[in-house]
Design a protein around this ligand. Structure first.
Ligand SMILES: [Zn+2]
Length: 79
């Protein structure tokens, strides 16, 4: 019997951050908070999450920067 396993990253939008200026694309817009969870998969189904990071990103050019979990929590509480 074959066991097919692997790894996969899944992103989840968590809400708005603030109206910010992006130094990359030079636009002002409401940045978004995103959670990226890395999963161990079995037969292509995510079964065990092993790593989680939070990002804020510019919705226009998708440039992102990591934020610590505490900061992500603070942003979510404001939403
Ligand atoms: Zn941008």
């Amino acid at each position: 019997m074959f066991i097919i396993w692997g790894f996969r990253d899944l992103d989840k939008e968590l809400g708005n951050v603030e109206y910010l200026h992006c130094n990359r694309c030079n636009n002002d817009s409401t940045w978004r908070l995103m959670k990226r969870t890395s999963w161990f998969t079995l037969f292509f189904i995510p079964v065990i999450p092993y790593h989680r990071v939070y990002y804020v990103y510019c919705p226009i050019c998708r440039w992102s920067t990591k934020v610590p979990k505490e900061e992500a929590k603070r942003i979510m509480e404001k939403n």
